[in-house]
Design a protein around this ligand. Structure first.
Ligand code: 5CA
Length: 437
């Protein structure tokens, strides 16, 4: 992409309304713009990041055996009356009336709707287990929307719903999601710690939150230092493997975490205690028949008896993750994208656009990188080198190539790693091969 043609409205000044780094940087890097409180448009750079996050989430859900669907954002209130949650949900639910006076709502979550879909189609235990997920916009009329996309009112969520015949099988489904989450967050370049959690309005008795560590996180957390030694990407079980040992391995540490919520207990184990702040990027629940019972989502078991199915739901804050990743990965100059979610892998800068030779060499390099399948943002604008360097640091692409008149004469470019700041001179003849793969 040529920056001269792109839509990248960056800001030099820090916007007054932004209190935390990710919000500030997302506005400054031209990723998002606010429409109304807690409601954002995603501009091209932000949209690319959002889609990359979404795709990694999707790949790991598919890998775990869940099937993608897409349910609407607007729901009828009827199902919520049936489950008993219509009144309970309170002011966080945006209630709408259509032209016929029917009560509708902008979905804050989809347990009711998926339970309705399931009960109409599935009648036998032979069709279980099933896990259906979608990636869709949700609306919650948060009392205090803040921190940009981190606590929005409209936000993008991945929500999955599992259906099983009995508790034992439901726990297997829960474990499959637990492991999928470890892999997902690792691929996104963040360390997310699973913590035993309250179930809140979703209900149920088994639940974990996944917390990304960041100084600006909304919650204070205490965790076992053992978490720092685990590699979630080592978790690549063959299909059919028993996942319980993997989950146990993590939850044995997590048990210590829960205890440490109580600082007096935490003090006793202080040699293993790490204190931090965190952002909740995922939340998984097992809630049995909380919805299947009132909504009569039943299947016939092997003995021919009708039984309510055992359900779980599994959320990931896809749009929140864009902010959370930045909170966990930035410096004074801007964002530092992990390669897996970077909007472009490489930023190419023409430092001397007035020099025809340099411009020719940059155009050639840009074209070669594109041909090699490298995602590159080419700053071909007629602005000073200083502004280009500052802009590249702000938007945080993993690699920066700077090419100017002096380098051209010697056939070399300067390659900078955004994360380490390390610079090296690279032969123009080998730079494409170095960045492709
Ligand atoms: N139905 C269940 C799981 S499918 C559910 O709704 N869970 S949740 O309420 O915990 O939300 C799932 C995830 O969405 C959270 O972990 C969080 O990452 C994200 N999320 C929740 N509220 C917001 C919000 N106001 N802004 C941005 N992300 C949010």
């Amino acid at each position: 992409m040529r920056l001269s043609r792109y839509f990248l409205p960056t800001l030099k000044e820090t916007p007054a309304e932004a209190q935390i780094a990710s919000h500030r940087l997302m506005l400054r890097a031209g990723m998002i713009r606010q429409g109304a409180a807690g409601i954002y448009s995603w501009l091209p750079l932000g949209h690319r990041v959002l889609r990359k996050i979404e795709n990694i989430v999707r790949e790991e859900q598919d890998r775990a055996g869940a099937f993608e669907v897409l349910m609407p954002t607007i729901q009828s209130s009827d199902l919520w009356v049936e489950s008993g949650r219509y009144d309970d949900y309170g002011k966080e639910m945006l209630r709408i009336e259509d032209r016929h006076g029917r009560k509708m709502l902008y979905g804050p979550t989809n347990e009711e709707m998926i339970t309705d879909i399931f009960r109409r189609e599935v009648k036998s235990y032979k069709d279980l287990p099933k896990n259906l997920y979608h990636i869709q916009w949700k609306f919650r009329d948060e009392i205090r929307p803040r921190f940009g996309v981190m606590r929005g009112r409209e936000f993008l969520m991945k929500d999955a719903y599992s259906f099983d015949l009995d508790t034992e099988s439901a726990v297997r489904s829960y474990n499959a999601m637990f492991v999928a989450y470890l892999r997902t967050f690792a691929r996104l370049g963040v360390r997310a710690i699973p913590m035993r959690a309250d179930t809140g309005p979703i209900g149920g008795d088994l639940s974990h939150e996944f917390i990304v560590l960041a100084e600006t996180g909304e919650s204070e957390v205490f965790f076992d230092q053992g978490f720092n030694d685990f590699d979630p990407m080592a978790t690549q079980p063959e299909s059919g493997t028993d996942l319980q040992p993997i989950v146990d391995q993590w939850t044995s540490l997590y048990a210590a975490t829960e205890e440490m919520h109580d600082p007096s207990k935490a003090a006793k184990t202080s040699d293993r205690l790490v204190q931090g702040r965190g952002i909740e990027v995922g939340h998984i629940f097992f809630f049995g028949d909380k919805y299947s019972k009132p909504m009569k989502a039943e299947v016939q078991n092997a003995e021919g008896a009708s039984v309510a199915v055992q359900m779980g739901s599994y959320g990931i804050g896809v749009s929140r993750l864009a902010g959370a990743i930045i909170e966990a990965s930035h410096d004074a100059n801007g964002i530092i994208w992990p390669e897996s979610v970077a909007p472009f892998k490489v930023g190419l800068m023409n430092l001397t656009p007035k020099d025809a030779d340099c411009t020719k060499a940059c155009d050639q390099l840009y074209s070669d990188l594109c041909k090699a399948g490298v995602e590159v943002l080419f700053d071909d604008r007629a602005v000073g080198a200083g502004a280009k360097f500052a802009n590249m640091d702000l938007i945080g692409l993993p690699w920066q190539i700077a090419l100017g008149s002096r380098g051209i004469k010697n056939g070399i470019a300067e390659l900078k790693n955004r994360a380490t700041g390390e610079k090296q001179e690279v032969d123009l003849a080998t730079i494409v091969a170095k960045l492709a793969n």
